[in-house]
Design a protein around this ligand. Structure first.
Ligand code: AMP
Ligand code: MG
Length: 361
């Protein structure tokens, strides 16, 4: 679509090309790979979220990702590899533990941070001395990597600060007119971004919880640290994906943590109070919570059964976008614990809330 807003970068026609998620047609992949080889950007599905990719060897191609997303230059990108044999081309040094983790979790939602190889341009690492990389577990992403014959630098395919896209229509809503092509492989199976694990710290450290759980990493590593998120925006932030106010819908998010027996009545009371004040409330809850909130005002969006954090993670971003589409002004969300993917869900909701976390006891 031509200029939908004033922005000069909204100038091109964005094509959406449907592909089978398991057996993508070679012609569709060839078209996407051709664009990557020509130094263009392409949105494609991974198992986590949709990515916006460019040839990682070419600074001017990667620069287009930043322009399309309006992403600040200090936020580094993840480099996607077709397989583990590409690792030594991207990282300067590959410790044995990286090979162990790759053997166990690749292809999969684990990103490793290693010393940067000299061929990687500055724009990919935001000038830093480390580079983040992974092999994605999605047939479309793997086919594209194979056909492009280059590593693909790709952050999530959303406008900077927005909720990450788990469907092609989310990408289109954010980037229509800014990118030439979206490969539509349907909804992404994991639904939250990869776990970012630094291997340059003395103890392997989770910089961002994601699709591979802390428990799964512990089983391989024996010891894993979890980096605390910065509490104030003016702290020095080595990995800007960890900024507060990220993954944010339009509505204000209030995130309630604590025992369910106390959280649900607190949500209920807040829903009544806010609607009284003229707000339009959205409730982000588990299936089992419906009964406790029956009769409360607002739009209810359930994520899954409360113990099923895998499903909850898969539904999370689409649910936030759906509540925005429903026109709510405030989203009241509950916590789902820290086990498994619960930690990633908690991280994203904390950031969607921009620090507006209410602990009830
Ligand atoms: P996105 O795919 O949009 O979540 O963006 C990629 C994210 O990967 C960044 O925001 C960081 O959180 C992380 N990342 C990329 N490169 C590095 C790196 N060299 N060190 C630490 N984190 C990184
Ligand atoms: Mg992102």
């Amino acid at each position: 679509m031509a200029s939908r807003d004033e922005d000069v970068s909204v100038t091109m026609e964005t094509r959406v090309l449907p592909v089978d998620s398991q057996h993508p047609a070679p012609e569709a992949i060839a078209q996407a790979a051709q664009l990557i080889r020509a130094g263009e950007v392409v949105a494609f599905p991974t198992e986590t979220v949709y990515g916006l990719g460019a040839d990682a060897w070419r600074a001017e191609a990667v620069q287009r990702i930043f322009e399309a997303k309006e992403r600040p230059a200090h936020d580094p990108l993840i480099v996607h590899l077709a397989d583990v044999t590409w690792l030594p081309q991207v990282a300067a040094h590959v410790p044995p533990v990286a090979h162990e983790l790759a053997a166990r979790f690749w292809p999969g939602p684990l990103t490793l941070v290693l010393p940067r190889g000299e061929r990687i341009p500055d724009v990919v690492t935001a000038g830093g001395e480390t580079v983040a990389m992974r092999v994605p577990a999605h047939p479309v992403a793997l086919a594209l990597l194979g056909a492009a014959e280059a590593p693909i630098a790709a952050p999530s395919a959303n406008r900077f600060g927005h909720v990450s896209p788990t469907r092609a229509e989310h990408v289109l809503a954010d980037l229509d007119g800014r990118i030439p092509l979206i490969l539509d492989g349907g909804p992404t199976p994991v639904g939250v971004e990869s776990t970012v694990l630094s291997l340059v710290t003395p103890t392997p450290t989770i910089l961002r919880p994601g699709g591979v759980s802390r428990e799964a990493l512990l089983a391989v590593l024996g010891e894993v640290a979890v980096r605390e998120r910065p509490i104030s925006p003016d702290e020095t932030i080595p990995s800007p994906g960890t900024l507060d106010q990220h993954y944010a819908p339009r509505a204000n998010v209030r995130f309630y943590t604590g025992p369910r027996a106390v959280v649900l009545p607190a949500l209920r009371a807040a829903a009544f109070e806010l609607e009284e004040q003229g707000e339009h409330v959205g409730l982000l809850i588990a299936e089992e919570d419906r009964a406790a909130l029956a009769g409360a005002p607002g739009v209810v969006q359930t994520l899954g059964a409360q113990g099923d954090v895998t499903t909850i993670a898969r539904q999370l971003f689409a649910a936030l976008r759906a509540l925005d589409a429903a026109g709510v002004s405030v989203i009241l969300a509950r916590d789902f614990g820290s086990a498994g993917l619960g930690l990633a869900v908690r991280d994203r909701l904390t950031r969607a809330a921009g620090g507006d976390v209410i602990r009830v006891a």
